[in-house]
Design a protein around this ligand. Sequence first.
Ligand code: SF4
Length: 414
Amino acid sequence: MSEEKKVAFKKIQATGHMRKIMADYFYELDRASKEGSPKVAWCTSVGPAELLLSLGFVVHYPENHGAVLGSTRVANDYIPVANAIGYSPDICSYLTSDIGAFIKKETPLSRAYEGIEGVPKPDVLVYNTNQCRDVQDWFSWYSRELNVPALGISTYRNIGEITKEHLDSIVHQMKALIPPLEDISGNKFDIDKFREVVSTSKECTALWKKVLETNTAVPAPMSFFDATIHMGPAVVLRGSAQAVDYYKVLLKELEERVANNEGAVEGEKFRIYWEGMPIWGKLRALAELFITLKTAVIASTYCNSWIFEAFDPEDPFLTMAKAYTEIFIVRNENFKEKYIEDMVQKYQIHGILFHDAKTCPNNSNNRYGMPERLEKKLGIPTLTINGDLNDLRCYSEEQAQTNIEAFVEQLETK
Ligand code: SF4
């Protein structure tokens, strides 16, 4: 038997429940697209989804589709297709793989869900540049291609303290979206409905936070690699009762693991923080590698990015603006450093792994000296591995494995 086959994965029992609600979600989108009702909005992952849901749209998230292309390891079939029409191999590989797949009229959703032939056709494209400029360019391509309006919010980037001026501007831009969205959806904006969606999103986000925080326990009940999968509902179903119900089930299971002293990694010796994007096509291989090294990757910036604590249905516009502005990716280097420092303490981390994702500088925080500064300040080692979220040509498995093994040895000697 090969070494690989001996690796003992601990299956999360709630996975079946998650698969069911994700399937229902994709079928609902497909039905809406085929029947023309309700209208379909495409939204960026940290875009104003609650506003869209309150106006009766069903919402498709192209970044989620990008992650599906990556995790099913077909992204590299499509990236060159987008490169051929002028979209550089150096820009976001979610964008290039998603556009490439669209041009080829293919999607892994067809293989996973019988009867689904493609991604749902949008009636409107809504972005928020809080995370990067690529999302605007991405949606603009579809806007030109499908003759569908692209509306958006242009956000501040690289900010430290969030000021009233920042938030006023975002609120103003959010409110300006309402008249065109009313026209497209055929529904009048209803503040009570909006409050209700924000309230449900808040509940979802609070539960997702609790799920992640179960990993403050030693040993940690869930790995980062599990969390990247189980965050799906927090991304695409926030604002829905299904996501809230799901996270109650998942939380219960993880709390039971904690009570039973059951870790995701048998014999957990070291605890690692993952900074940066997942390498979607290598989740399984990396999870196996860390299990064999008795090292648990247990906390990350990425999975925490769908915690929106500011939401308050009493003041939905202002608090939604705050929630989508105070996220890590929007903030300056000082904020980010302090954030990671707090995470290291909270989760009792022994080392930090930075993933330098070739096509996403926005989520690669190793490039301006942060690992060195954190090492000095926290007295723990860091490791940078080169790779990418979707473009596996940028990732050398052999090299990453050697580096990770050497890193764990370094932890042993410490
Ligand atoms: S933040 Fe990175 S991965 Fe996400 S859409 Fe922007 S460039 Fe792509």
